[in-house]
Design a protein around this ligand. Structure first.
Ligand SMILES: [Fe+2]
Ligand SMILES: [Fe+2]
Length: 214
């Protein structure tokens, strides 16, 4: 049976830069998934509704004037539910698979497979989220609110750099560490000869492929 430390060493801290992730890469798969939910998903579930309220107030206060604000609101109104759905997919589909994968290293037969297709979709979502953040930056001229912008609009724009930075760390943790390590762990499990039975009863409870961010 494959043990996780072997997988861990082969994928750990490949970056030459000092670790900015507070020991994230030293955690096991289950701990990584839990940390992402506790730190990054909870941040987004608090922050995105606040930003939406600010933008709605800005639109009301501006009386619908301002092309930049209108486009920003349209973009955010697509982005907000997509990010929530993305996190639901991770929490309800991917992370339970990752917990199974972690358990399967000591309990053969626990993991039922299915990681790859889900991760491909989620990594595509990451690309779309990144594109949306670039649009926010461009629409606000690098996070500078328009001259004479109302207070809620200024507050919204002022919060965007922190949102972008937070997404950056969140996505690095998933794309650079958690997802590759989970793939490697699955491969090690398959190569070890442990049975990985597809869970035929497993259905994807959330629609994958809503492409509102494109
Ligand atoms: Fe996430
Ligand atoms: Fe993600």
């Amino acid at each position: 049976m494959a043990s996780e430390p072997v997988v861990t060493r082969s994928h750990e801290c490949t970056s030459r830069e000092p670790c900015r992730l507070n020991g994230f890469c030293g955690r096991n798969l289950s701990e990584m998934a839990d940390e992402i939910v506790a730190q990054h998903h909870s941040y987004l579930r608090r922050e995105l509704p606040r930003l939406k309220q600010l933008l709605d107030r800005a639109v009301l206060e501006s009386g619908g004037r301002g092309a930049e604000l209108r486009v920003l609101k349209e973009t955010f109104d697509q982005f907000f539910p997509e990010v929530l759905m993305h996190m639901d997919r991770e929490e309800q589909i991917l992370f339970p698979l990752i917990h199974e994968l972690h358990l399967a290293q000591t309990q053969p037969g626990v993991y039922g497979g299915g990681l790859d297709a889900v991760m491909v979709q989620l990594q595509h979502d990451h690309t779309l989220i990144d594109s949306a953040m670039t649009r926010f930056r461009n629409l606000t001229d690098n996070y500078k609110p328009a001259v004479g912008a109302c207070p809620p609009y200024r507050e919204f724009v002022a919060a965007l750099p922190a949102l972008e930075a937070e997404f950056g760390v969140h996505t690095i943790k998933e794309d650079r560490y958690l997802f590759p390590r989970a793939r490697a762990c699955q491969t090690a499990l398959l190569n070890s000869g442990d049975s990985v039975q597809p869970l035929l009863g497993r259905s994807l409870p959330l629609r994958l492929g809503n492409r509102g961010l494109t």
